[in-house]
Write a protein that binds this ligand. Structure first.
Ligand code: XMP
Length: 507
């Protein structure tokens, strides 16, 4: 693959995606990944991402400098460019003007990396520092009005560096430039696709597992179903799929998931741990504490289940890149937004070794993979549902009566979305029970009841999202039906925030 070292740019994951779209496999690793671990991935080339820091700051993020001695092609983007310049003896200084937005790239030299792209193309700049003096062996290959060093290279060493961000949408021909880097500079072929991904992962699972057994947590959602299918192909009946009823599921969910797996001939083990989860959550109101309790309890349940079978050493989960990036600790280059249950919620005492084949890809890519593996369309189209379930959709204390109210509201909302065909057009739709009571009038009586919030969003990978512009008459039906049919709810509101600055879930 091409290995992308992540220095904390908000665009890092898009670099990897663009390469995959170009048919080239890539993996993102933390900026400080040890050289042995980088080499173990047998990279054809290395990309250094952008990042929010300054290379000359005392606590700047630096990679293992051995990467510069491997003789591999390297592409540095923004912060990555400044690291390259600094390492090879150039200088980096704060720019007089922060440059943000579109710029015109003028070629100074004909280079393979720019092949089939246009002189004068629009590129996207976003930086506060700039290279001031070129390092030895480097030359300018592109300039912009404000950046005399918009693109530099040491072609003999196959090292390239851009001040602009080729990966972002606004860099018109940036995808092609990244593809050129992979194809002409690194010698990668455009042969990678989701089928290759499936094959690679199956092989990797077989090598990792040997003749041991794997417990796979399944939820009925897309991610864990895809993981279970990959495992079933890789290791057959060494796989024990376990479905945990944590008491935080939606209405009839357990029955639906059991029926679905049964129809596919899978022997699902269902564990009812609802009392354990609910008793531990009683009285807990802090979102991160809820998440930690749930993450830990899942592992405890898996641990107890594993002891009933011989030789289970592994736990497989449907962790996605989005789960990872939002959960990484503040020690890393990005900040913790929330601890996704299967990443930041794992307890220290866990002894399972993890198998997470989807850890580096995005939801829409998982769906393509699911199609490739022959999963049914309606399963692939299922909206994401978070592992902590309804616990993070009941604000404040989680208790059975509130969960029951929320289930009823949720069922009605989903019913309307299915009936109007909007379910398949949206990324996610759910209801949140707000810890807010308000006054209403029903019949001739005063009510003082709960408020439900309807949240429907559009997204492609869940990293960003916008609230869905649902027609008002449909919102009206949802509201009227919930208030009429659910005792205890007298007000429905619609969430009109996007991510960022809000997140999709409320907790
Ligand atoms: P946020 O709320 O962070 O959510 O904007 C992004 C996407 O991730 C889902 N989500 C989770 N999924 N475990 C999961 O498996 C979790 O702990 C978790 N928290 C959020 C969320 O539903 C949305 O699709």
């Amino acid at each position: 693959p091409i290995v992308v070292l992540d220095f904390g740019s908000q665009y890092t994951q898009i670099i990897a995606r663009k390469l995959r779209e170009a048919g080239v496999y890539s993996e993102i690793v933390p900026y400080n990944e040890r050289i042995e671990d980088i080499l173990a991935r047998t990279p054809r080339g290395i990309i250094l991402s952008g990042g929010p820091a300054s290379v000359y700051a005392a606590d700047a993020y630096h990679p293992d400098e051995e990467i510069f001695n491997l003789g591999l092609p390297i592409l540095g983007i923004c912060y990555g460019m400044q690291l390259i310049s600094q390492f090879f003896g150039g200088s980096v200084i704060p720019a007089d003007h922060h440059e943000y937005g579109k710029a015109k790239l003028t070629f100074e030299k004909e280079c393979e990396i720019f092949k089939d792209t246009n002189d004068g193309q629009t590129v996207w700049m976003s930086h506060g520092d700039k290279v001031d003096q070129l390092a030895d062996g480097f030359e300018v290959i592109g300039t912009s009005e404000n950046s005399p060093f918009a693109a530099i290279a040491n072609e003999a060493e196959r090292i390239y560096a851009f001040q602009f961000h080729p990966e972002v949408y606004h860099s018109e021909q940036g995808s092609l430039i990244l593809k050129n880097f992979a194809k002409y500079i690194c010698g990668c072929e455009s042969t990678w696709n989701m089928g290759s991904f499936a094959k690679e992962q199956i092989k990797k699972i077989q090598d990792q597992v040997g003749n041991k057994k794997v417990l796979c947590g399944v939820s009925g959602g897309v991610d864990s179903s895809v993981v279970a299918t990959l495992l079933a192909e890789a290791i057959g009946d060494q796989l024990i799929p376990v479905f945990v009823d944590n008491g935080l599921l939606r209405a009839n969910e357990r029955e639906q998931v059991e029926a679905m797996f049964k129809s596919r001939g899978v022997n699902l083990v269902t564990v009812d741990a609802s009392e354990t989860f609910l008793s531990r959550l009683a009285g807990v109101t802090d979102p991160e504490t809820k998440r930690k309790i749930i993450g830990e309890t899942f592992i405890e349940v898996f641990d107890i289940e594993a002891k009933k079978h011989d030789g289970i050493e592994f736990l497989a989960q449907g962790t996605l890149y989005t789960d990872v990036i939002e959960s990484v600790s503040v020690k890393g280059p990005s900040k913790t937004i929330k601890s996704h249950h299967n990443v930041g919620g794992l307890p220290d005492w866990m002894t399972f070794e993890l198998i997470e084949p989807l850890r580096e890809i995005f939801k829409d890519e998982v769906r393509l993979l699911g199609l490739e593996l022959g999963l049914p369309k309606d399963m692939i189209g299922r909206h994401p549902f978070p592992g902590p379930g309804l616990a993070i959709r009941v604000m404040g204390d989680v208790n059975k009566p509130d969960l029951e109210l929320l289930r009823k509201a949720d069922t009605i909302m989903l019913d309307v979305l299915h009936a109007t065909g909007l379910y398949d057009k949206t990324w996610q739709a759910f209801t949140v029970l707000l810890n807010v009571k308000s006054v209403g009038v029903m019949g001739d009586n005063r009510t003082y009841d709960n408020t439900v919030c309807v949240r429907i969003v559009e997204a492609t990978d869940g990293m960003t999202a916008t609230f869905a512009h649902i027609p008002h008459d449909i919102l009206e039906t949802i509201s009227r039906r919930i208030i009429n049919e659910v005792d205890g709810i007298n007000r429905v509101v619609y969430d009109i925030s996007s991510k960022p600055p809000a997140t999709i879930e409320w907790e």
